[in-house]
Design a protein around this ligand. Structure first.
Ligand code: DAH
Length: 336
């Protein structure tokens, strides 16, 4: 009997060593501790022993049973621990997933560059509403209802008298209504026009308006300022040219060209073989505008200008279709 107990103990140790999962563990438990298992089979032999051996062997058997129970319990804990470790296992040799990095939209980048140049010259940034009253988009800027130049700034009406602004010149009026000169501000923002969309037109685009008003602002200030701006924006070698033009809110008015940044003025396809590229409108603030905002007659002079941000971005980056800015095609956007 003593031998049987010893053999059982050895057999159990061997069986236990082979257990690698919960199912095998259960098999071992049943084999030794089950109702018809080895331990209960040995217990069944106890009554046949003589009265001297019975308590000794009985004690031995109970010890073995306790031992088996304890060992099974320990193994069970070990198994569940290693299962959770396996769950948390990370394969450090696997290549990582590169996060996609966001970047600024080319229009935002260009806008920031324009803003930075003017901020460095002492200009403040002022924003105005995109939903505007007719007065700010037209009348105050000396564009009367029946004036033909109103067509050029035609826009989307929300209701009578309320519209989506067709240019940022509206903000000039809003600033002057609230502030007395000296004024030195740029006004970036979105504008809207009912144009059919094509490679160079969009129903929405961005402008940056500029305004300086003081006692003695001259046309030469306008020329010097815009020449400096274009050189910083497009490079030191860039030349500027002022052509006489017409805007109701400036007098005199000019259209400003830069020497073609592709051919450096020699003439190419981009500049239609003229050597020049138009980039903005400008002029001296029309006294009628000062009148509309209630400034005393003759007290101030001012310069103003307005540029299209998409146009500047297209020239700077060599983009030939304005629609690319608004289609959200990642292949295009990730190049900036
Ligand atoms: N508002 C004009 C436009 O949208 C641009 C412009 C021209 C603005 C001359 C000005 C200016 O301030 O002086 O076409």
């Amino acid at each position: 009997m003593q031998d049987e107990i010893n053999n059982t103990r050895n057999a159990f140790e061997k069986d236990l060593a082979l257990v690698t999962d919960a199912k095998l563990l259960e098999n071992v438990r049943v084999k030794y501790l089950g109702r018809k298992g080895i331990i209960s089979e040995l217990m069944g032999k106890l009554p046949a022993l003589d009265s001297k051996a019975k308590p000794v062997i009985g004690k031995e058997l109970n010890l073995l049973k306790g031992h088996i129970q304890k060992e099974l319990e320990k193994k069970k804990e070990k198994l569940s621990l290693s299962a959770s470790v396996k769950e948390r296992l990370v394969d450090i040799t696997m290549p990582g997933i590169l996060p996609r990095e966001g970047r600024l939209h080319p229009i935002t980048k260009t806008l920031n560059e324009i803003n930075d140049i003017f901020i460095s010259l002492g200009f403040k940034i002022v924003e105005g509403p995109e939903i505007e009253k007719e007065f700010y988009n037209f009348e105050a800027l000396n564009i009367p209802l029946d004036h033909p130049s109103r067509d050029a700034f035609d826009t989307f009406y929300i209701k009578e008298d309320v519209l989506l602004r067709s240019h940022t010149s509206t903000v000039q009026i809003r600033i002057m209504e609230k502030t007395k000169p000296p004024i030195q501000a740029i006004m970036p923002g979105r504008v809207y026009r009912p144009d059919a969309v094509d490679a160079s037109h969009s129903f929405m685009f961005h402008q940056v308006e500029g305004l300086m008003v003081d006692k003695d602002i001259k046309f030469s200030d306008l020329k010097g300022l815009l020449d400096l701006f274009t050189k910083r924006m497009f490079g030191e070698k860039t030349k500027t040219r002022f052509r006489p033009s017409f805007f109701p809110f400036t007098e005199p008015s000019a259209e400003v060209d830069i020497s073609c940044i592709i051919c450096r003025g020699k003439g190419c396809r981009v500049c239609s073989h003229t050597g020049w590229l138009e980039i903005l409108g400008a002029g001296m603030v029309n006294p009628r505008v000062f009148e509309a905002v209630g400034y005393p007659s003759g007290a101030f002079t001012g310069l103003a200008f307005g540029m299209g941000v998409e146009r500047i971005a297209m020239l700077k980056y060599g983009i030939d279709d304005i629609r690319l800015f608004f289609e959200n095609d990642i292949r295009f956007l990730k190049q900036f």
